[in-house]
Design a binder for this molecule. Structure first.
Ligand code: NI
Length: 262
């Protein structure tokens, strides 16, 4: 089966001890495509490095709302460097993760919004889709997307299970990526949200090393756990696992313009 993971962080230091071993295991277990996502300049460089070494790994580069500098001048400098990184790898498939996070940071909304808009502009210049991180910032995220339309669309990564957000995201032509939380016993509206998303807009991700799904909640996550998320979607959509896996694989290669597996 064509398992994929649309969002993981093999550039995270939690994999420093055994990265090679884990990536070998993923390959062995039939994980066909993994997108390792940047969230800062440094982690974007690491993501590029890893995707250079492993044919089945692709990268995204970007500065997340939780990693932006405090001063606008520094941000401008970092955005310049990000632009340079964009020309390094043919396996850079998106700009991300970018967006807004008012859970961890509420005092720097202005600079968060500036970073988000500037990176949408960069994605448009490069004709790449975007990977969005949004937390407790539904209205502002949608507002910015409407005013700064990403031409190649993109995906809401680890999409918050918020009806309004998903409705607006779909209207804008975005994909919705589901992660571990849809398997949590206390996530009451997971079924309803999964049902809202059409088959051709669904993606799945682990967000490794974070957010392990049930039954592995609390442990370090890796892409082998993707099957628990796919199972949840298959159950809600009343389809077979193989059908759902194939459908999600096709969505991934369509959005990120990745070559089909021969
Ligand atoms: Ni992430």
């Amino acid at each position: 089966m064509k398992w994929i993971d649309s969002h993981a962080h093999y550039n995270d230091e939690k994999f420093n001890e055994d990265r090679e071993e884990i990536l070998r295991l993923l390959k062995e277990e039939g994980i066909k495509k993994v997108i390792t996502a940047g969230y800062s300049l440094q982690s974007s460089k690491e993501a590029i490095k890893i995707s250079d070494q492993y044919p089945f790994i692709y990268n995204t580069i970007g500065i997340s709302p939780n990693d932006i500098p405090e001063q606008k001048e520094e941000l401008k400098e970092e955005l310049e460097q990000l632009k340079k990184l964009a020309s390094l790898s043919e396996k850079t498939v998106a700009i991300g993760e970018i967006g807004l996070d008012y859970h961890w940071n509420t005092e720097n909304k202005e600079i968060q919004q500036m970073a988000f808009k500037e990176q949408i502009k960069l994605a448009n210049d490069l004709k790449l889709p975007i990977v969005i991180h949004t937390r407790e910032a539904v209205m502002d995220t949608i507002q910015i997307l409407k005013e700064n339309l990403p031409n190649e669309k993109g995906v809401f990564h680890c999409c918050p299970l918020n009806r309004e957000l998903v409705k607006e995201a779909l209207k804008l032509g975005f994909y919705i990526s589901f992660a571990g939380p849809v398997t949590f016993k206390n996530s009451k509206n997971a079924n309803e949200i999964i049902e809202m998303v059409p088959d051709d807009k669904i993606l799945v991700e682990t967000d490794s090393p974070y957010l392990s799904p049930e039954p592995n909640r609390g442990k370090r996550n890796d892409s082998r756990n993707i099957r628990h998320i796919v199972e949840k979607i298959a159950q809600v959509k009343q389809k077979g696992i193989e059908e759902v896996t194939e459908m999600i694989y096709q969505n991934l290669i369509r959005l990120f313009k990745i070559e089909n597996e021969k």
